[in-house]
Design a binder for this molecule. Structure first.
Ligand SMILES: [Zn+2]
Length: 329
């Protein structure tokens, strides 16, 4: 028996959305930075996992949303999702559509998507409609889980790639929210089957527990800081990394997982809050108008994949240093 059997049953809500984008030469009613895309379709499929071998896929949830701000179809988007400006006149207002999606989700589920862009677009849409931006506390990005389990890679793959990988029969074109959500749910199912099969094996590669792939999308607060002005880049970075690291939420001092190290022009580090999990630190030297330097730092919450990125960079550096030492001997 695997140590993870107490997690069943689990419900995964696989969300996929389509959004329209502003048109560069038409004055935008809102700042495109605040609303990079306006949701025009919400699709989702539920995957209920009763045991390591029992999987149930729901019928798709699908709803069209009538945009408030970007009501003229962006040509590039239109080419991908095949909808016209006329089509955008139909659908429910975002608020109603999102509420009905939340009702459909029910309670106690893990929200999933392919990549993290759906979540950030959803957040910007909630914000612009003055709705609470807090969403489900557990979010799983299927893409890195697929990469890790299927190919042991951190390389980003497309949904179409993963569909081919698992030889999932293709009956529909991609790029309609409910159909994409269906394919993503099928990929998640196949990935979980492999995941549980692999994690039951005693030997071989050890997979991280599933919970390390799940993050809280509401933890978006980050800390930024600047060092004093210094004469060199090196000094600016050295000063900036002296900053005491505290959790941006509970303000507790953080435990060091990987201390500051340099990777290219950036210094990276990995930290842990006992309550709020992993954070990564990043420091770069920046130039002042008077050609001097200051260190610019950022501390933010990371999911398993982003934490692994820091770890890999650190390991790369260790290997390099080791090789250099060997050469000198
Ligand atoms: Zn904390």
């Amino acid at each position: 028996m695997s140590e993870q059997t107490d997690i069943f049953p689990m419900t995964f809500v696989v969300l996929d959305m389509e959004w329209n984008q502003p048109i560069p030469y038409i004055p935008s009613p809102v700042d495109p930075k605040e609303l990079p895309g306006e949701i025009i379709e919400i699709g989702a499929v539920k995957l209920t996992v009763k045991s390591e071998t029992e999987y149930i896929l729901s019928s798709p949830f699908s709803i069209l949303v009538r945009p408030t701000y970007y009501r003229i179809m962006n040509k590039q988007v239109s080419r991908v999702i095949n909808r016209s400006t006329e089509d955008l006149k139909h659908g429910l207002p975002f608020e109603t559509a999102y509420r009905s999606f939340c009702d459909w989700c029910g309670e106690d589920y893990i929200l999933c998507a392919w990549g993290d862009s759906d979540i950030s677009i959803l957040r910007s849409n909630l914000k612009i409609h003055d709705m609470p931006v807090e969403m489900n506390e557990r979010f799983l990005d299927i893409q890195p889980l697929f990469g890790r389990v299927s190919e042991n890679t951190a390389q980003q793959r497309s949904v179409a790639y993963a569909v081919d990988f698992f030889r999932i029969p293709q009956t529909n074109d991609f790029h309609s929210a409910d159909k994409d959500a269906y394919y993503e749910a099928r990929i998640l199912k196949e990935t979980l089957i492999d995941y549980f099969a692999m994690s039951q094996k005693e030997e071989g590669q050890t997979l991280p527990q599933l919970r390390y792939f799940i993050s809280n999308p509401n933890l978006t607060v980050q800390t930024r800081w600047k060092s004093r002005v210094c004469h060199s880049e090196k000094e600016a970075v050295a000063v900036a990394i002296q900053e005491k690291m505290c959790c941006p939420i509970c303000e507790q001092p953080l435990e060091t997982i990987i201390d500051w190290f340099t990777s290219g022009h950036t210094s990276l580090s990995l930290w842990q809050c006992p309550v709020h999990n992993s954070l990564s630190g990043k420091v770069r030297a920046k130039k002042t108008p008077s050609q001097e330097f200051y260190g610019s730092g950022q501390l933010r919450f990371v999911n398993g994949n982003a934490a692994r990125y820091v770890r890999e960079k650190w390991e790369e550096k260790l290997t390099k240093e080791c090789e250099q030492e060997c050469e000198q001997m």
